[in-house]
Design a protein around this ligand. Structure first.
Ligand code: MSP
Length: 646
């Protein structure tokens, strides 16, 4: 049976748009998965969104929309981003999916039946930001360390999960499996935490306080704590307990998280699994935090979205490479445009790009662009010339790469590729093909040198595949290789003399152009000067015409407009689309009711109606939206209400 690999990212909260931090973790998942495929494993990659809880309710309220509308919108933003980053996931799970909810209920019931959940009154300090109770010793100067606000004392009857029972068992498990949580610093952090008595976990919220959650199967007046719900996504996505996917992949599961959510994953989750009788995960891989321009990422500093835009300026693969090369997995790292450009220019344009060009140019110059033929030579003769040891350098690079990748030490894996690049550059200097080319009698040796260099390039491009899939394919094409296959397996990379002599290769092209420091920060400054807000968001992936045609767009004439009480941004409109419709539109920041009445606008008329501030909205008016303005689309000249727009 083929070995399997199941890799997960955290499921992201939908209270904010995706940013660099989310992108990094998900790219790590993609890199890990592509690497395992190179090893011939059958892999499954899960990501998704975490949609219940207080945080989400508050974010939806802020936008004056129902939680449902809100979570759909933000979840779609995450889903749309991953293909833009060339991330190949197998499942995108949402905690509002019916199948997920059923699994959460099932597990809660199972743990309740086994007696690990009890009901009790509790008075404690509750941080609404974190949605959890805090103990005295967890607070810093009496405040929640994350939200820097004093928690509120609340008294409630709630359900508790007997985590304390499992404390010794968990300590023992971590000792017996030293790489259960890795890198080591995070394992130590969890062990340090477990040195203090572990408190039971409050796993319910009364519906009087929070309704947006999964109802406890054994008490309809409570919903479950968002973490208890969220963590179970890792099994529900595989259709636990009976699903085929679960049986196939669960035993190989590894999680990726950042240090912010170490505790739920390093403590709650293994205990939940144990209590539910589900085998534990193999590894929890924990990475550090990205800072941007040496500052913590923060929405108020406005440094959250920018990094993602850099992929459009410098290219996706350069962006992916930079993230994976720059962050030592486990430690914090800094993101700034200048360092990205330096990495591009030194590692990619200079070291790798030049090597490629040099070797391919020489192949054209000395062998008319054909991979030299070694068939007529005996092994002994060839070995005599194979003096640069490239073959063993490549084998060493592959081994170092593989072991670093196994340990999620991606920056080390990349370094091992660059060691090979540098050996190849040295090999060229040592063998001086231009000297060999001067004498006919050196022809065989010249052929061996060029052939070995081409083989070296094949290995380099193959090892780069998980990080830079598109560039890796481009390199394969430049080496005249079969572009039908996206990648070479590790086994193929280990097979020296894999390339077929006689194959024609295209003329050298520039793989990685050098970049100058310019771009986003300048554009952002200009935008500020001209009063524009932000850059144009990246384009969405292509869709087919019939997907677009599912939206029924019509001319709507605005008949009446009035403000919506308690909602600063909303106007309630009566429109004519051949029939009368009510629409709640978020345009009050840009139009007074008088300004909008009489306009003919474009409306999507077949959206499911939604209730906004108690008013049923029966469509959506198209508008151009930026941070400050919402400007409706109008029709150039008067036309009959209800006319089709296409
Ligand atoms: N919903 C929970 C996770 C539940 S998993 C069962 C959550 N969501 S989150 O949207 O806040 O995402 C946190 C994760 O996003 C981090 O663990 C990390 O993967 C990623 N990052 C968010 N900010 C980050 C940085 N500044 N740097 C690196 N990654 C970060 O927690």
């Amino acid at each position: 049976m083929v070995e399997t690999f199941y890799i997960t990212t955290p499921i992201y909260y939908v209270n904010a748009k995706p940013h660099l931090g989310h992108a990094y973790t998900t790219i790590v998942g993609d890199v890990a998965r592509r690497f395992k495929e190179m090893q011939g494993l059958d892999s499954f990659f899960l990501t998704g969104t975490d949609e219940h809880g207080d945080k989400i309710i508050r974010a939806a309220r802020k936008e004056n929309v129902s939680p449902r509308v809100y979570v759909d919108k933000i979840s779609d933003m995450f889903r749309a981003l991953w293909p833009e980053l060339n991330i190949k996931y197998d499942r995108f799970i949402r905690t509002t999916d019916a199948e997920h909810i059923a699994v959460v209920e099932h597990v809660l019931q199972k743990i309740w039946d086994s007696g690990d959940i009890y009901f009790s009154e509790y008075e404690g300090m509750y941080c609404f930001g974190c949605e959890r109770f805090y103990t005295e010793r967890e607070l810093v100067d009496g405040k929640c360390p994350d939200h820097e606000m004093a928690p509120e004392t609340i008294k409630e009857s709630n359900y508790f999960f007997k985590m304390s029972r499992y404390q010794d068992w968990l300590i023992d498990h971590i000792h017996k499996h030293p790489d259960f949580i890795r890198p080591e610093r995070y394992r130590n952090e969890v062990l340090a935490f477990l040195r203090e008595p572990l408190e039971d976990l409050c796993i319910s919220r009364p519906k009087s306080r929070l309704k947006w959650g999964i109802t406890l199967p054994f008490d309809k007046d409570y919903v479950t704590y968002v973490w208890f719900d969220a963590l179970l996504n890792y099994v529900s996505a595989l259709n636990y307990p009976d699903g085929e996917l679960y049986h196939k992949y669960w035993s190989s599961v590894q999680h990726i998280v950042a240090k912010d959510i170490l505790k739920p994953h390093g403590i709650y989750w293994p205990i939940m699994l144990k209590a539910a009788g589900i085998p534990l995960y193999k590894h929890l891989n924990v990475h550090g935090y990205w800072n941007v321009n040496h500052q913590k990422m923060s929405k108020t500093l406005g440094n959250v979205a920018e990094p993602l835009d850099l992929k459009n300026i410098y290219g996706l693969d350069v962006f992916r490479f930079f993230l994976m090369r720059e962050m030592a997995f486990g430690l914090d790292s800094n993101f700034d445009e200048e360092t990205l450009i330096q990495r591009n220019n030194s590692d990619l344009a200079n070291d790798l790009g030049n090597l490629f060009k040099r070797v391919i140019t020489m192949t054209h110059k000395y062998f008319k662009g054909v991979i030299p033929n070694l068939d007529t030579e005996t092994e002994e003769e060839l070995q005599q010339f194979d003096s640069g040891g490239l073959k063993s350098d490549a084998a060493n690079a592959i081994s170092a790469f593989e072991s670093a990748m196994e340990n999620f030490a991606f920056h080390k894996a990349i370094s091992s590729i660059w060691e090979l690049v540098s050996s190849m550059n040295k090999y060229i200097d040592l063998m001086a093909p231009w000297e060999l080319a001067k004498k006919k009698s050196n022809r065989t040796q010249l052929a061996t040198v060029i052939y070995d260099l081409l083989e070296g390039l094949r290995v380099v491009s193959g090892l780069l595949y998980p990080f830079m899939p598109e560039s890796s394919l481009e390199m394969r094409k430049q080496l005249g290789m079969d572009a039908k296959h996206e990648f070479d397996t590790i086994d193929k990379l280990r097979t020296w003399k894999y390339m077929a002599p006689g194959t024609e290769i295209p003329k050298a092209a520039t793989l990685f152009p050098r970049c100058e420091i310019k771009s986003f920060s300048d554009e952002a400054d200009n935008a500020e000067e001209t009063g524009e807000t932000g850059v144009v968001p990246p384009l969405k992936p292509q869709i087919a015409i019939d997907e677009f045609a599912r939206a029924d767009l019509r001319v709507a004439t605005v008949l009446t407009a009035e403000p919506v009480p308690r909602a600063k941004k909303l106007l309630k409109l009566e429109v004519d689309i051949g029939e009368k419709r009510t629409v709640v539109a978020g345009i009050a920041g840009s139009y007074t009711p008088d300004e909008i009445v009489g306009k003919q606008v474009i409306m999507v008329v077949n959206l499911k109606p939604v209730k906004l501030m108690g008013i049923m909205s029966e469509g959506m008016i198209l508008a151009a939206v930026d941070d400050k303005k919402v400007l409706v689309s109008t029709i150039d000249k008067p036309i009959k209400s209800g006319t089709i727009v296409k």
